[in-house]
Design a binder for this molecule. Structure first.
Ligand code: NAP
Length: 330
């Protein structure tokens, strides 16, 4: 089996290689690594499988079973369909296809069934994935009416050049210096006053949860930490949900780690999320200012479950589905 990784030298790309190695994909896969011409010739590996990075162009693209794209939406728009034509199923980390009606937007724990026969599968925005998992768990028990979320997003969410900005106190990639600062702008501004990042969260949550009428309000803020996004979330429900029941619900859910003990000062923080693939959820409490409303705080590793891991999990599930019907030789 052949897997192509487009954007293999980026923050997400390198995390994809690590995860493929952790999951021992090198035992049954070969890999093609693509990046820009700047990285041509670099050697990367997944475990025992080493390969030279190829500059992505018409001469270098080859057939693959799966192609994981993490090189921005322009690259995805230009090249994803070409990989599909050569036989690949594409899992795309960019925002290029997420809004297309016929393209599934997938968090495997929630809506893997949406994939159907689609040859392009979109990976949601990192902040969306973090919030979708607890909302999905809650919605199985109580209808959600409205969600108000404020994010605290790490600099790694904007790629390796943004991390250089954090390290060197520059503003080459980010719109302002992030050192000793917060930036309430992630991505470009839209005519409605939201940023594109905020609009992505609002649209994507509804699509993943199959809840077109869900009311969502989002404010996305870049904060000066290197990795792991956090979110403060206010959730209005159609009927009461006690703290105890909510803790029970969340502690049973795959992909979520209840991190909530005020007596021991345990709550989600980037320093904990860095070392886990779970979405950490804590600071659970009732919001007495509004009927049937709860507050929580969450934290996640944006490079892993927010991007690389979610994409690899999609590929993993597609492979096991294929092998069940005898399509692939693992
Ligand atoms: N960072 C996150 O937390 C996160 C979360 C969810 C989704 N995403 C999405 O994942 C994608 C990658 O993000 P990132 O943070 O990994 O960015 P990054 O660190 O800036 O890496 C970008 C990658 O794209 C490659 N690339 C750039 N231009 C290219 C071109 N013309 N042809 C081929 N490859 C090209 C780069 O190659 P060179 O090394 O040669 O420049 C590099 O491998 C983006 O679409 C982003 O929106 C990121």
């Amino acid at each position: 089996m052949k897997i192509a990784i487009v954007g293999a030298t980026g923050l997400v790309g390198r995390e994809i290689l690590k995860i493929l190695e952790e999951k021992q994909f090198d035992k049954f896969c070969d890999f093609n690594f693509y990046a820009s011409s700047r990285s041509e010739g670099k050697i990367l590996n997944v475990g025992s499988k080493f390969a030279r990075v190829m500059a992505l162009d018409n001469n270098s693209i080859e057939p693959a079973d799966y192609a994981i794209f993490s090189a921005g939406s322009i690259v995805s728009k230009t090249w994803a369909k070409k990989f599909v034509k050569l036989g690949a199923t594409v899992v795309d980390n960019s925002s290029a296809f997420r809004r297309f009606k016929n393209i599934p937007l997938v968090v495997p724990e929630i809506n893997m069934d949406d994939v159907g026969c689609s040859k392009i599968i979109a990976n949601p925005n990192c902040s969306t994935i973090a919030l979708a998992l607890p909302l999905f768990a809650i919605a199985k028990h109580v209808k959600i009416k409205r969600v108000v979320v404020s994010t605290y997003q790490a600099v790694s969410g904007a790629g390796k050049k943004a991390l250089d900005d954090l390290e060197n106190s520059t503003s080459n990639k980010l719109p302002h210096k992030i050192t000793d600062n917060l930036i309430p702008q992630i991505d470009k501004f839209l005519a409605n006053g939201n940023t594109f990042e905020e609009d992505k969260m609002i649209f994507e949550l509804k699509k993943i949860l199959h809840e077109p009428n869900l009311q969502v309000s989002a404010t996305c803020v870049r904060v000066p930490i290197s990795n792991c996004h956090s979110e403060s979330v206010n959730i209005e429900l159609s009927k009461p949900l006690s703290n105890k029941k909510l803790r029970e619900i969340l502690s049973c859910e795959r992909g979520i780690c209840l991190t909530d003990n005020t007596e021991t000062q345990l709550y989600p923080m980037p320093s904990i999320a860095n070392n886990t693939d779970d979405i950490l959820v804590g600071r659970i409490r009732q919001d007495k200012s509004c009927k049937n409303t709860i507050n929580l705080f969450l934290c996640m590793n944006n490079l892993r479950k927010g991007a690389a891991l979610n994409a690899v999990q999609i590929v993993e599930r597609l492979i096991s589905k294929q092998s069940l019907v005898g399509g692939h030789n693992m």
